[in-house]
Structures are given as structure tokens and as C-alpha cells.
Design a binder for this molecule. Structure first.
Ligand code: C5P
Length: 293
């Protein structure tokens, strides 16, 4: 008789760069970054069940975008974890892809991080979060911050993560116009950089405090992303013009943009109007979320 392991479930929330400053280009070709990162209540879902081999199935609204890539970040993360820990176990992984792909909110990175967490549980491995961050770092700069999915200060090329106090759950709307902007192209089009060395946030207890802090910063990648994909400017304007929008900005290298809202009702109202006016855009009415359970 074979033992049937319980399925393990992991949530892979959207990663939001509340600001992102770019510093000098480093010897390794990457730019130094500085960013305040939070996570949203919206995200992908992964389940893991015991199996002899490793397999991945994908469903959900954005599954088509991954169908041509059998070697995606989730399976690469799974293989890296197995190699690092010497396990020969397999897993049947199911990914529900709710987030748009390659869109500045770290969907692939969050999925890979969730795979590392989920498989560590399924395979009963004694690995620490720090070990998972190190494995994740070899696969992508944004994966380490997605291991804990908690508010963090991000530096280096993105891999250096310092946890910060949790933020209040400010309502937020995410919008993606369905246009891909490759990260490398956005960095290549970058003309003005604010540089690194910005002060870290004070203890933030409410939306007003957060917005006041964020108004001292920006996303340096917004201008080059707008030149590559002018629709980013349309998204930013459409969000900023909604009643109750407190702060509107692009996340990561785009094209997803976010607005923070003064209330959940204002966020819901804005999302409803945006969905009606732009049926081709992906609109998520969500909130900044504390670490998922
Ligand atoms: O990390 P990722 O592979 O997504 O980066 C894609 C490209 O974006 C890199 O090859 C590099 O050109 C640029 N990049 C950068 N500095 C960073 C992150 C990315 O210049 N910190």
C-alpha cells in the first residue's frame, strides 16, 4: 500500500514595489536597487501532492501565458530544492495562475517562492527560510523577498531583503493593460535615476503616514516603461482620477500599476468603473496584506 500524502497549499501573493529607486549599474550588469516592497491579498495558488515524479499543471485566467514554457520558474525551483537537499521525491504541483505574467508584480517569483515553501513542507525538509532565500536568489532577484511575503526593504540587485514592520492593510487596486514590458528593455531605456540611499520608512500606522512617506520617493522605471508602452500612462491617469485614490504608481518594471485608496468602498468603486471602461484590462480590487497564513 502506498502512503497518500495530504496536499499542501501555498498562496503566492502579488508583490508591489511601493517605490523603486535605481542606482548605478554594477560590474555584474545589474543595477543597484532600493525598494519598499509589500504584498497584496491577490495572488496565485499552488497545491502540492506527493508523487514519484515532478509534474506541473497550470489553470486559471493567465494559464495560457505559461503553456509554452514547460521549464518555468516553479519547476526550476522544485529541481533546485531537490538538488540542494538531496531528496529524490517528486510532487504533483498544480498552479492556479490568477496574476498576469511578466507584469511587475512578481507573479513568477512569488510562484517559485511558494514552490520552495510548499515542497519543503511536503517533503518534510528541515530547511530554514534563509536557506530557501539563498536557493531562490540563484533563480531570480525577486524570489528572496517572496519567501516570507512580508513588508521588506529591498536592496542590492533585489536579492538583499530586510524585514520591516507590517504596514496597515490599505485598500489597493491593481491594473494591468495586458501589454508586456520586458524588464531588460525598461532598464535599457532608463535615463534618469534617483539613486540609492533613500531614508527607510518610519513606523507607519495609517494610510496618511504611508502616502506622506511614499511622496518622498518614486518608481524610476515608470518613465522608461511609459516610453516603451505608452498605455502605462493611460493606466496611471485612469487610476489617479478615481475618487479616493491617495497615491498612484507603477510597480517594478511594469506594466502593472496600483493606487492606494482611502477606503475599501472607494477601491471597489474605482475597480468597477475601470472594468466597465476598459474590459481588456486586468483589474484587481484588493488590499495591502499582512503576511499570509
Ligand atoms: O532579474 P531579471 O532577470 O528579471 O532581469 C532582467 C534584466 O533587467 C537584466 O538582465 C538586466 O538587464 C535588468 N536588471 C537590471 N538591474 C536589476 C534587475 C534587472 O539592470 N537590479
Amino acid at each position: 500500500m502506498t502512503t497518500v500524502l495530504d496536499a499542501v497549499r501555498e498562496f503566492a501573493p502579488a508583490k508591489i514595489n511601493l517605490f523603486l529607486h535605481v542606482g548605478d549599474k554594477r560590474a555584474d550588469g545589474y543595477h543597484a536597487l532600493e525598494s519598499l516592497v509589500v504584498f497584496a491579498a491577490a495572488g496565485d495558488v499552488l497545491t502540492f501532492a506527493g508523487a514519484d515524479e515532478l509534474s506541473l499543471s497550470v489553470d486559471g485566467p493567465f494559464s495560457d501565458a505559461l503553456s509554452g514554457d514547460p521549464d518555468n520558474l516553479v519547476t526550476r525551483a522544485a529541481r533546485a530544492l531537490a538538488a540542494q537537499t538531496g531528496t529524490s521525491k517528486g510532487a504533483r504541483i498544480a498552479l492556479t495562475k490568477n496574476l498576469p505574467v511578466a507584469s511587475g508584480i512578481g507573479g513568477g517569483s512569488a510562484d517559485a517562492a511558494a514552490a520552495l515553501r510548499g515542497l519543503a513542507r511536503l517533503w518534510d525538509l528541515t530547511v530554514k527560510s534563509d536557506d530557501l532565500r539563498k536557493i531562490g536568489e540563484t533563480l531570480g532577484s525577486d524570489i528572496p523577498v517572496c519567501i516570507d511575503c512580508a513588508t521588506a526593504w529591498m536592496e542590492g540587485r533585489g536579492e538583499a531583503v530586510t524585514p520591516l514592520s507590517e504596514m496597515p492593510p490599505v485598500p489597493m487596486v491593481l491594473v494591468n493593460p495586458g501589454v508586456g514590458v520586458p524588464t531588460g528593455k525598461v532598464f535599457a531605456a532608463l535615463k534618469e535615476r534617483r539613486g540609492v540611499g533613500h531614508s527607510r520608512p518610519p513606523l507607519i500606522t495609517n494610510a496618511a503616514g504611508l502616502v506622506a512617506y511614499l511622496n518622498t520617493a518614486a518608481n524610476d522605471l515608470e518613465a522608461p516603461a511609459r516610453t516603451i508602452a505608452p498605455v502605462v500612462g493611460e493606466v496611471l491617469d485612469a487610476l489617479a482620477n478615481r475618487p479616493g485614490a491617495l497615491l498612484t504608481r507603477m510597480s517594478g518594471s511594469g506594466a502593472t500599476c496600483f493606487s492606494l485608496f482611502e477606503s475599501a468602498d472607494a477601491a471597489a468603486g474605482a475597480a468597477a468603473i475601470l472594468r466597465r471602461n476598459q474590459p481588456g484590462w486586468w483589474v484587481a480590487d484588493t488590499t495591502m496584506a499582512p503576511r499570509p497564513v
